[in-house]
Design a protein around this ligand. Sequence first.
Ligand SMILES: Nc1ncnc2c1ncn2[C@@H]1O[C@H](COP(=O)(O)OP(=O)(O)OP(=O)(O)O)[C@@H](O)[C@H]1O
Ligand SMILES: [Mg+2]
Length: 309
Amino acid sequence: MVPRKAVIPSKQLLQHTIILGATGSGKTFTCSRIVERAGEYSRIVVDWHGEYSDLIDGVEINPYDYPINPFIRDLPETIEVLIDAIGLTHPQAYILEKILTQSSGSIDSIMARLEVFSDESAWMRESRLSLIRKLSPLVREKYRGLFNGVDNDLLGLIDKVRKPLIVNVSVIRDPFIRKLYTVLLLKNIFMHGINEGFKRKVLVVIEEAQNLLGRDNPVGVISRMLAEIRKFGIGLILVSQSPSSLLEDAMKNTNTKIIHTLKSSLDLEIINKILYLPPSIQKIIPYMDVGEAILQSKTYKKPVVIRVI
Ligand SMILES: Nc1ncnc2c1ncn2[C@@H]1O[C@H](COP(=O)(O)OP(=O)(O)OP(=O)(O)O)[C@@H](O)[C@H]1O
Ligand SMILES: [Mg+2]
């Protein structure tokens, strides 16, 4: 079969895109080509591995210059994020909520209030102490700068800057903290899109999407908003090397699917199940070269073989 040149109409990006493939199959390269060419969108890449500045002409953002204070807006969503991203239990969330209703503020002041919070019972004391332990990485010297600021003006930059914004979260060494920063950033972008709106349509790239939309541990705030945000002019590009560990909804909620080569039988099985690929296409997926892919989109009646350039 002769590979075809990929054409994805720009407005289709609002209905979300997913790029899948084994490691080294060309996912990041493909994504960078789409981002580069989607100039009518405000573009923001959450750059998990710090690769995009070499691939596209963008503006690199250091997360330490754009702290996110989790505790000054969308408090119910913030608590939900903390439950999903750092594993707060419900009693811990309850105590945090109690403290936050007294007054919100910086992570430092919340920690201080937690220290002196008067426990009404033994379970409360236990939950409070473990809550302090769970929140303590956020105030560690190395990371406090990420969460302790007034708040970031990154959302403002999305409207102002025409070039793609590349948020280099790879500078956050601890993957747990990196994930938390990423989730808070995405939550802020989605909530802003829904409540206030951005000036232009926004395209958001999420690499290693299985970290946020894992089959077993999806981050609720993100997975729930997948279907909703497209109505508010936010399109996502999800990138993942492991379709079998992704939430099925993440795949079903994406209109454009780009499948690079996959080798594991589990991944192939999931793809065949969700995409209804004809046997002739199924057969070649494990043997495609780097940069070759299957494109399934509204533009084509059937999935087509493409080479990304
Ligand atoms: N369409 C293409 N044309 C030319 N070179 C490509 C193409 N796609 C990928 N490459 C090259 O192949 C290598 C691997 O590509 P890439 O980093 O995009 O893979 P990946 O699927 O994102 O890998 P990982 O799972 O490790 O993130 C890179 O050196 C990249 O430049
Ligand atoms: Mg990659």
